[in-house]
Design a protein around this ligand. Sequence first.
Ligand code: G
Ligand code: G
Ligand code: MN
Ligand code: NA
Length: 247
Amino acid sequence: LAGALAEGGSPAAAGFEVHYQPIVRLADSATVAVEALARWTHPVAGPVHPDVFVTMAERTGLVAAIDDFVLDQACADAGRLAERYGRPIDLHVNVSAGRLGQHGLRDAVAAALARHDLPAARLIVEITETLRIPDLPRAAEVLGSLRDLGVRVALDDFGSGYNALAQLHAMPVDIVKLDSTLTDVDASPERSGALCRSVLAICAELGIAVVAEGLETAERAAGMASLGCPMGQGYLFGPPAPLDRLS
Ligand code: G
Ligand code: G
Ligand code: MN
Ligand code: NA
Protein backbone atom coordinates (compact mmCIF):
# COMPACT_ATOMS: atom_id res chain seq x y z
CA LEU A 1 0.00 0.00 0.00
CA ALA A 2 2.79 2.40 0.91
CA GLY A 3 4.57 1.56 -2.33
CA ALA A 4 1.40 2.04 -4.33
CA LEU A 5 0.81 5.45 -2.77
CA ALA A 6 4.47 6.50 -2.61
CA GLU A 7 5.47 10.02 -3.53
CA GLY A 8 3.61 11.23 -6.55
CA GLY A 9 1.77 7.96 -7.14
CA SER A 10 -1.89 8.94 -7.27
CA PRO A 11 -4.47 6.61 -5.69
CA ALA A 12 -6.14 6.28 -9.10
CA ALA A 13 -2.89 5.08 -10.67
CA ALA A 14 -2.49 2.66 -7.75
CA GLY A 15 -5.84 1.01 -8.58
CA PHE A 16 -8.21 2.92 -6.30
CA GLU A 17 -11.70 3.83 -7.47
CA VAL A 18 -14.90 5.14 -5.95
CA HIS A 19 -18.20 3.31 -5.67
CA TYR A 20 -21.49 4.84 -4.56
CA GLN A 21 -24.32 3.47 -2.41
CA PRO A 22 -27.77 5.11 -2.32
CA ILE A 23 -29.17 6.61 0.89
CA VAL A 24 -32.96 6.80 0.70
CA ARG A 25 -35.87 8.51 2.39
CA LEU A 26 -37.69 5.59 4.03
CA ALA A 27 -41.15 7.12 3.47
CA ASP A 28 -40.93 6.63 -0.31
CA SER A 29 -37.52 5.00 -1.00
CA ALA A 30 -36.42 8.06 -3.00
CA THR A 31 -32.64 8.41 -3.16
CA VAL A 32 -31.64 11.59 -1.33
CA ALA A 33 -27.90 11.02 -1.13
CA VAL A 34 -25.09 8.60 -1.97
CA GLU A 35 -22.18 7.46 0.16
CA ALA A 36 -18.85 7.40 -1.67
CA LEU A 37 -16.81 4.31 -0.76
CA ALA A 38 -13.19 3.58 -1.67
CA ARG A 39 -12.42 0.39 -3.57
CA TRP A 40 -8.94 -0.95 -4.28
CA THR A 41 -7.81 -3.52 -6.78
CA HIS A 42 -4.16 -4.40 -6.23
CA PRO A 43 -2.35 -4.85 -9.57
CA VAL A 44 -1.17 -8.34 -8.58
CA ALA A 45 -3.23 -9.49 -5.58
CA GLY A 46 -6.58 -8.33 -7.00
CA PRO A 47 -9.44 -6.74 -5.00
CA VAL A 48 -8.56 -5.90 -1.38
CA HIS A 49 -11.41 -5.61 1.13
CA PRO A 50 -11.91 -2.01 2.31
CA ASP A 51 -11.77 -3.00 5.98
CA VAL A 52 -8.28 -4.37 5.27
CA PHE A 53 -6.83 -1.47 3.32
CA VAL A 54 -8.53 1.22 5.43
CA THR A 55 -7.09 -0.32 8.62
CA MET A 56 -3.64 -0.62 7.01
CA ALA A 57 -3.84 2.94 5.72
CA GLU A 58 -4.90 4.27 9.13
CA ARG A 59 -1.95 2.55 10.79
CA THR A 60 0.53 3.91 8.28
CA GLY A 61 -0.84 7.44 8.00
CA LEU A 62 -1.82 6.96 4.35
CA VAL A 63 -5.55 7.14 4.92
CA ALA A 64 -5.67 10.91 4.32
CA ALA A 65 -4.49 10.32 0.73
CA ILE A 66 -7.34 7.84 0.19
CA ASP A 67 -9.91 10.09 1.87
CA ASP A 68 -8.83 13.06 -0.24
CA PHE A 69 -8.96 11.00 -3.44
CA VAL A 70 -12.51 9.83 -2.68
CA LEU A 71 -13.55 13.36 -1.68
CA ASP A 72 -12.22 14.83 -4.91
CA GLN A 73 -13.70 12.09 -7.11
CA ALA A 74 -17.11 12.40 -5.41
CA CYS A 75 -17.16 16.18 -5.92
CA ALA A 76 -16.10 15.65 -9.55
CA ASP A 77 -18.96 13.14 -10.01
CA ALA A 78 -21.66 15.38 -8.47
CA GLY A 79 -22.93 16.55 -11.86
CA ARG A 80 -23.20 13.02 -13.28
CA LEU A 81 -24.91 11.83 -10.09
CA ALA A 82 -27.47 14.64 -10.39
CA GLU A 83 -28.09 13.57 -14.00
CA ARG A 84 -28.48 9.95 -12.96
CA TYR A 85 -31.12 10.77 -10.32
CA GLY A 86 -32.76 13.68 -12.16
CA ARG A 87 -32.00 16.16 -9.37
CA PRO A 88 -29.09 17.22 -7.17
CA ILE A 89 -28.41 14.77 -4.32
CA ASP A 90 -26.21 14.94 -1.23
CA LEU A 91 -22.75 13.37 -1.17
CA HIS A 92 -21.42 11.50 1.87
CA VAL A 93 -17.67 10.94 2.12
CA ASN A 94 -15.77 9.11 4.87
CA VAL A 95 -12.99 10.69 6.85
CA SER A 96 -10.92 8.66 9.25
CA ALA A 97 -11.26 9.88 12.84
CA GLY A 98 -7.46 10.06 13.06
CA ARG A 99 -7.64 13.05 10.71
CA LEU A 100 -9.56 15.10 13.26
CA GLY A 101 -6.48 15.94 15.29
CA GLN A 102 -4.69 17.32 12.26
CA HIS A 103 -4.63 20.54 10.36
CA GLY A 104 -5.59 20.50 6.74
CA LEU A 105 -8.95 18.70 6.71
CA ARG A 106 -10.88 21.94 6.38
CA ASP A 107 -8.59 23.19 3.64
CA ALA A 108 -8.79 19.90 1.72
CA VAL A 109 -12.59 20.01 1.85
CA ALA A 110 -12.77 23.69 0.89
CA ALA A 111 -10.37 23.08 -2.02
CA ALA A 112 -12.36 20.11 -3.37
CA LEU A 113 -15.63 22.07 -3.21
CA ALA A 114 -14.05 25.04 -4.99
CA ARG A 115 -12.30 22.87 -7.62
CA HIS A 116 -15.60 21.31 -8.66
CA ASP A 117 -17.86 24.28 -7.94
CA LEU A 118 -19.98 22.22 -5.55
CA PRO A 119 -22.14 23.98 -2.90
CA ALA A 120 -20.96 23.06 0.61
CA ALA A 121 -24.56 22.25 1.56
CA ARG A 122 -24.39 19.16 -0.72
CA LEU A 123 -21.49 17.58 1.19
CA ILE A 124 -21.61 15.43 4.32
CA VAL A 125 -18.39 14.32 6.00
CA GLU A 126 -18.80 10.98 7.80
CA ILE A 127 -16.54 10.42 10.75
CA THR A 128 -15.61 6.77 10.88
CA GLU A 129 -14.67 5.75 14.37
CA THR A 130 -12.41 2.76 13.74
CA LEU A 131 -9.82 4.60 15.82
CA ARG A 132 -10.69 6.11 19.17
CA ILE A 133 -10.79 9.90 18.94
CA PRO A 134 -8.09 10.88 21.43
CA ASP A 135 -8.94 14.57 21.78
CA LEU A 136 -12.66 15.26 21.51
CA PRO A 137 -12.42 19.04 22.05
CA ARG A 138 -9.85 19.26 19.25
CA ALA A 139 -12.02 17.07 16.99
CA ALA A 140 -15.02 19.28 17.79
CA GLU A 141 -13.00 22.32 16.71
CA VAL A 142 -12.01 20.73 13.38
CA LEU A 143 -15.60 19.64 12.73
CA GLY A 144 -16.78 23.14 13.65
CA SER A 145 -14.47 24.53 10.96
CA LEU A 146 -16.10 22.19 8.42
CA ARG A 147 -19.55 23.35 9.48
CA ASP A 148 -18.44 26.96 9.12
CA LEU A 149 -17.96 26.13 5.43
CA GLY A 150 -21.56 24.88 5.30
CA VAL A 151 -20.61 21.18 5.22
CA ARG A 152 -22.58 18.78 7.42
CA VAL A 153 -21.07 16.22 9.77
CA ALA A 154 -22.25 12.61 10.23
CA LEU A 155 -21.18 10.10 12.88
CA ASP A 156 -20.71 6.76 11.13
CA ASP A 157 -21.33 3.30 12.65
CA PHE A 158 -23.06 4.94 15.62
CA GLY A 159 -23.37 2.58 18.55
CA SER A 160 -20.67 0.12 17.55
CA GLY A 161 -17.50 2.09 18.25
CA TYR A 162 -15.87 3.95 21.10
CA ASN A 163 -17.51 6.68 23.12
CA ALA A 164 -20.65 7.07 21.03
CA LEU A 165 -22.50 9.18 23.58
CA ALA A 166 -19.42 11.16 24.58
CA GLN A 167 -18.88 11.97 20.90
CA LEU A 168 -22.46 13.16 20.56
CA HIS A 169 -21.97 15.24 23.69
CA ALA A 170 -18.74 16.88 22.58
CA MET A 171 -18.94 17.22 18.83
CA PRO A 172 -21.20 19.16 16.48
CA VAL A 173 -23.17 16.50 14.60
CA ASP A 174 -25.90 16.87 11.95
CA ILE A 175 -26.51 13.21 11.09
CA VAL A 176 -26.14 9.93 12.99
CA LYS A 177 -25.70 6.70 11.02
CA LEU A 178 -27.15 3.89 13.11
CA ASP A 179 -24.83 0.92 12.88
CA SER A 180 -26.19 -2.26 11.35
CA THR A 181 -25.60 -4.19 14.61
CA LEU A 182 -28.33 -1.99 16.18
CA THR A 183 -30.76 -2.20 13.26
CA ASP A 184 -30.46 -6.02 13.14
CA VAL A 185 -33.92 -6.88 14.47
CA ASP A 186 -33.55 -10.55 13.50
CA ALA A 187 -30.61 -11.09 15.84
CA SER A 188 -32.25 -9.43 18.83
CA PRO A 189 -35.75 -8.02 18.21
CA GLU A 190 -36.57 -6.47 21.58
CA ARG A 191 -33.14 -5.01 22.20
CA SER A 192 -32.84 -3.70 18.66
CA GLY A 193 -36.20 -1.92 18.96
CA ALA A 194 -35.36 -0.44 22.36
CA LEU A 195 -31.92 0.75 21.29
CA CYS A 196 -33.08 2.23 17.99
CA ARG A 197 -36.05 3.98 19.64
CA SER A 198 -33.76 5.46 22.28
CA VAL A 199 -31.14 6.71 19.81
CA LEU A 200 -33.91 8.18 17.62
CA ALA A 201 -35.37 9.97 20.67
CA ILE A 202 -31.96 11.41 21.60
CA CYS A 203 -31.37 12.54 18.03
CA ALA A 204 -34.85 14.09 17.74
CA GLU A 205 -34.23 16.08 20.89
CA LEU A 206 -30.85 17.26 19.58
CA GLY A 207 -32.16 18.06 16.08
CA ILE A 208 -29.98 15.36 14.49
CA ALA A 209 -31.10 13.41 11.41
CA VAL A 210 -30.72 9.61 11.39
CA VAL A 211 -29.77 7.10 8.68
CA ALA A 212 -30.33 3.41 9.49
CA GLU A 213 -27.51 1.32 8.03
CA GLY A 214 -27.46 -2.30 6.91
CA LEU A 215 -31.08 -2.47 5.70
CA GLU A 216 -31.21 -5.72 3.73
CA THR A 217 -34.91 -6.58 3.90
CA ALA A 218 -38.19 -4.72 3.39
CA GLU A 219 -39.24 -5.82 6.88
CA ARG A 220 -36.25 -4.13 8.47
CA ALA A 221 -36.75 -0.96 6.46
CA ALA A 222 -40.45 -0.86 7.41
CA GLY A 223 -39.51 -1.49 11.04
CA MET A 224 -37.08 1.43 11.07
CA ALA A 225 -39.62 3.66 9.30
CA SER A 226 -42.26 2.75 11.90
CA LEU A 227 -39.86 3.83 14.66
CA GLY A 228 -39.69 7.22 12.95
CA CYS A 229 -36.28 6.82 11.31
CA PRO A 230 -36.27 9.15 8.29
CA MET A 231 -33.53 7.61 6.14
CA GLY A 232 -31.93 4.26 5.34
CA GLN A 233 -29.10 2.60 3.47
CA GLY A 234 -28.42 -1.03 2.64
CA TYR A 235 -28.46 -3.78 0.04
CA LEU A 236 -32.30 -3.55 -0.10
CA PHE A 237 -31.96 -0.16 -1.81
CA GLY A 238 -28.76 -0.97 -3.66
CA PRO A 239 -25.19 -2.14 -3.02
CA PRO A 240 -22.18 0.13 -3.48
CA ALA A 241 -21.56 0.29 -7.26
CA PRO A 242 -19.62 2.29 -9.83
CA LEU A 243 -21.44 5.42 -10.99
CA ASP A 244 -22.41 3.89 -14.36
CA ARG A 245 -23.99 0.85 -12.68
CA LEU A 246 -25.85 2.60 -9.83
CA SER A 247 -29.31 1.28 -8.98
O1 G B 1 -17.56 -0.23 1.73
P1 G B 1 -17.55 -1.16 2.83
O2 G B 1 -17.37 -1.82 1.69
O3 G B 1 -17.11 -2.48 3.13
O4 G B 1 -16.43 -0.31 3.65
C1 G B 1 -15.73 -0.90 4.70
C2 G B 1 -15.26 0.18 5.63
O5 G B 1 -14.32 1.02 4.96
C3 G B 1 -16.38 1.06 6.13
O6 G B 1 -16.27 1.15 7.53
C4 G B 1 -16.12 2.38 5.51
O7 G B 1 -16.48 3.42 6.39
C5 G B 1 -14.63 2.35 5.23
N1 G B 1 -14.34 3.18 4.08
C6 G B 1 -14.77 3.02 2.80
N2 G B 1 -14.31 4.02 2.02
C7 G B 1 -13.58 4.82 2.83
C8 G B 1 -12.86 6.04 2.62
O8 G B 1 -12.80 6.61 1.54
N3 G B 1 -12.21 6.56 3.71
C9 G B 1 -12.26 5.98 4.94
N4 G B 1 -11.60 6.56 5.93
N5 G B 1 -12.95 4.86 5.18
C10 G B 1 -13.60 4.29 4.13
O1 G C 1 -18.91 3.69 6.10
P1 G C 1 -19.69 2.48 6.46
O2 G C 1 -19.08 1.61 7.45
O3 G C 1 -21.09 2.78 6.81
O4 G C 1 -19.70 1.72 5.05
C1 G C 1 -20.76 0.99 4.66
C2 G C 1 -20.31 -0.44 4.65
O5 G C 1 -21.41 -1.32 4.83
C3 G C 1 -19.68 -0.84 3.36
O6 G C 1 -18.79 -1.83 3.65
C4 G C 1 -20.82 -1.45 2.56
O7 G C 1 -20.36 -2.32 1.55
C5 G C 1 -21.53 -2.17 3.69
N1 G C 1 -22.95 -2.36 3.49
C6 G C 1 -23.78 -1.51 2.85
N2 G C 1 -25.05 -1.96 2.89
C7 G C 1 -25.01 -3.14 3.57
C8 G C 1 -26.02 -4.09 3.93
O8 G C 1 -27.20 -3.95 3.66
N3 G C 1 -25.58 -5.17 4.65
C9 G C 1 -24.28 -5.35 5.00
N4 G C 1 -23.97 -6.45 5.68
N5 G C 1 -23.32 -4.48 4.66
C10 G C 1 -23.67 -3.38 3.96
MN1 MN D 1 -19.61 5.55 6.11
NA1 NA E 1 -21.21 1.71 9.01
